[in-house]
Design a binder for this molecule. Sequence first.
Ligand code: COA
Length: 145
Amino acid sequence: MNKDDILIRLEKEEDRRQVEELIRDSFWNVYKPGCDEHYLMHVMRDDPDFVSELDFVMEKDGRIIGQNVFARTTIETDDGRHVPVLTMGPICIAEDLKRKGYGRVLLDHCLEKASRLGYGAVLIEGNIAFYGGSGFRYSREYGIR
Ligand SMILES: CC(C)(COP(=O)(O)OP(=O)(O)OC[C@H]1O[C@@H](n2cnc3c(N)ncnc32)[C@H](O)[C@@H]1OP(=O)(O)O)[C@@H](O)C(=O)NCCC(=O)NCCS
């Protein structure tokens, strides 16, 4: 992977169909027969908690090869407070370019941008083998369940 070949930018309205097809093809049969993450993406952009400033696509040679998105959520504490944080995904890389380093670059870029916007934590359910390399830890270590 050559970092000079890629561009990470915000998703545009005209990218939406292409992004949803990318998600469908990348998630297809990975976690269950078929997938529904592309439909999730289709509806979540209209959610008031969707963070448009963190709706990223990764381009290589003019083709969208990756995407990642975030939504606002809260941690509910035992004493009844609501701590604002982010949740992340779907995140994906095009089927033919998986396991070449693109996902790590996209993830780290997005986390850096989220941090700069002032968000303090990102909660996800995912494989620690991928996310751990970008600093994610098990939530149980922080008493979050
Ligand atoms: C998960 C995904 C985004 C990772 O992107 P990628 O470009 O394939 O990953 P990278 O090549 O950057 O890999 C980075 C590291 O994570 C590890 N990794 C990547 N995908 C992994 C997986 N599915 N399981 C275990 N480890 C994985 C790699 O071994 C690599 O480790 P290293 O840095 O020690 O070499 C991509 O494979 C994908 O789109 N998968 C299908 C959709 C999906 O599962 N999304 C995440 C839902 S939680």
